[in-house]
Design a protein around this ligand. Structure first.
Ligand code: NI
Ligand code: MN
Length: 220
């Protein structure tokens, strides 16, 4: 399985015939590694409707016939556009041809009236990936330790989400094998040094931190 970072919270997770794109904010992202027309996912996962997450979802879904996984509230806005989707809700595991997607809590606003933001536990190619979306640190992240997370994708930007210290505490609670930081340096308020985050995490937990610049990928 390969995970490519495209900037902000956008990753392309590839395993066999499946390619999962998370929070595809490419248009208007100064650090985006690709243009929307350069990505060809089979599935798109959207954590919430802020523009730096929902982003190019509709255009990419339509161009590729990709199925969107998100909350029911966000998926309702896709229905009229003829986009195929699975609109679940927090706590629910949705079976998929690649494995499954479970919607898990995130503490953040949603960008949709009455909606809530979520994170995902993705089961693909025998691995469990936690994609946190935008979130604060919260104590119930400790429950994710039971999901045997192989790779945690965590925001470290601060200001809109947890910052490096809180994200390091999240790693202590979640106990993943690997961590990839996201949601930093795209805009001035979320400027962070990922190397400092790596040092912090690797000094207080057993997790290994992989820093990906936009356009870089790693195999797991
Ligand atoms: Ni947000
Ligand atoms: Mn965001």
């Amino acid at each position: 399985m390969n995970i490519e970072f495209l900037g902000q919270s956008c990753f392309l997770i590839k395993a066999g015939p499946h390619s999962l794109l998370t929070d595809p904010f490419l248009t208007g992202n100064p650090l985006a590694a690709k243009k929307p027309e350069e990505v060809h996912p089979t599935h798109i996962l959207v954590s919430h409707a802020h523009n730096d997450h929902l982003g190019d979802t509709k255009a990419i879904a339509k161009a590729n016939g990709a199925k969107v996984y998100s909350t029911f509230d966000i998926c309702q806005s896709l229905q009229a556009e003829g986009i195929s989707f699975e609109g679940g809700n927090i706590g629910g595991k949705i079976p998929a041809d690649f494995g499954s997607v479970k919607l898990v809590p995130a503490i953040h606003s949603s960008g949709v009236p009455g909606g809530i933001a979520c994170g995902f536990v993705i089961n693909i190619a025998g691995k469990n990936i936690y994609f946190a979306g935008d979130t604060a640190l919260f104590g119930d992240m400790a429950l994710l330790a039971k999901e045997n997370i192989d790779i945690a994708l965590l925001p470290i930007g601060d200001y809109f989400t947890m910052g490096p210290e809180d994200a390091a505490e999240a790693v202590r609670l979640i106990k993943p094998k690997h961590v990839i930081p996201m949601h930093y340096n795209t805009f001035p308020p979320i400027t962070q040094d990922p190397q400092q985050f790596k040092k912090l995490v690797e000094s207080k937990t057993d997790a290994k931190v992989t820093i990906l610049d936009p356009g870089d990928g790693a195999s797991f």
